[in-house]
Ligand binder design. Structure first.
Ligand code: COI
Length: 356
């Protein structure tokens, strides 16, 4: 790893911290943030932790026009001993660079990015909330900052890390959510940017989500962009179904985001000898399984959403109720085990935890 140091400029006044049992998702940010600049031909330079503050960017900066940006999401958890711990952070750093590559953003030294996360989290240790189900969400992101409105990869970037104490992602908390299957719009197609964590994928998802939000749906379920037949993901989470004893999840196909929680869930299921398959799953198959009484569970997985049971799926105005709208036993076991490991309350047989 290149030898790099991080300059630290501490803030003079600290913000008041929110009550940890009243936290929502992503509305409050800590006292400091990390920034590092990239300029061609110098490379990444000037790594620093500074007081959390607005940044000044030229209106012609490429991020505002062509959306060349990527982001990540991971969390710091407080263990019973009061230690801050991260869950498989190297996976997020690897994915950050895969997203960078897709968006023509220069790679970032993964070990150094992790060091930056750790230094920032250690400095903001008092911001990690302690109430059940809360954590410190870590949002690393890269934006293109070159002042130029020609369409080309930018030659200047900023890599920034901000931190936010968070509660549950969905208002439902750990209770089952309602999901609407999207039949009109598509999120992405194979060969597009679906497997990269880039803002454009999320911008493309807003219209469909807005259309169902006021009828009580937490999110939409995206189908493949060509036939609108096969299940992809929910946008803020990957999806799993338990059908007649087997857990299935759509296989990664180039347009689905490779979730760290998704990967961990598959490993846990294998470890427990619960049959699990990554394959193509059509909405027709799920619907039929529901009608035949074989759809035992449905749940989403993600860093923000953790394990989120799906109690109702609506497809073409037909409502499919899963497990009578209750949390299933596999979803509950996964939630308890994953959060047990993340919060240091359970053994970590896979070596997933990294202390800050
Ligand atoms: C995460 O789970 O961390 C995500 O990135 C989902 C999000 C867009 C809130």
């Amino acid at each position: 790893m290149e030898e790099r140091t991080i300059q630290v400029d501490l803030c003079s006044t600290k913000k008041e911290k929110p009550k940890s049992d009243q936290l929502q998702f992503g509305k409050v940010f800590t006292d400091h943030m990390f920034i590092m600049d990239y300029s061609d031909p110098l490379g990444w330079h000037d790594a620093r932790i500074v007081p959390y503050q607005p940044i000044t960017i030229d209106p012609s900066a490429m991020i505002f026009h062509y959306g060349q940006s990527v982001f990540e999401g991971l969390k710091a958890y407080l263990s019973p001993e009061g230690e801050a711990q991260l869950f498989r952070p190297e996976k997020n750093m690897q994915r950050l660079n895969r997203s960078n590559d897709r968006l023509c953003i220069p790679p970032i030294d993964e070990e150094f990015a992790l060091q930056a996360i750790k230094e920032l989290v250690a400095l903001e240790r008092d911001w990690i909330p302690a109430s059940e189900g809360t954590s410190l969400y870590i949002r690393p992101f890269v934006i293109s900052t070159e002042p130029y409105i020609g369409v080309a990869p930018s030659r200047h970037y900023k890599f920034i890390i901000i931190l936010s104490p968070v509660g549950a992602y969905y208002a439902e908390g750990i209770n089952p959510v309602k999901i609407a299957v999207e039949n009109h719009y598509v999120r992405t197609v194979k060969g597009g940017t679906g497997e990269a964590k880039t803002g454009g994928n999320y911008a493309a998802s807003l219209k469909a989500q807005e259309m169902v939000a006021n009828t009580g749906y937490a999110q939409v379920l995206w189908l493949d962009g060509v036939e609108k037949k096969y299940i992809e993901e929910v946008g803020s989470m990957n999806v799993f179904f338990k059908i007649n004893g087997e857990v299935v999840t759509p296989a990664l196909n180039g347009s689905i985001l490779e979730g760290v929680t998704r990967n961990s869930v598959i490993q846990l299921l294998k470890h427990w000898n619960i049959p699990v398959a990554e394959r193509r799953v059509s909405m027709e198959e799920i619907y039929q399984a529901g009608k035949d009484g074989l759809l035992e569970e449905a749940f989403g997985t993600g860093t923000a959403a953790v394990i989120s049971p799906i109690g109702q799926l609506t497809w073409n105005d037909e409502h499919l109720y899963v497990n009578d709208g209750n949390t299933g036993t596999v979803a509950k076991r996964l939630y308890d085990t994953l959060t047990g490991i993340q919060y240091g309350k359970e053994k970590d047989p896979f070596g997933w935890i990294e202390q800050v």
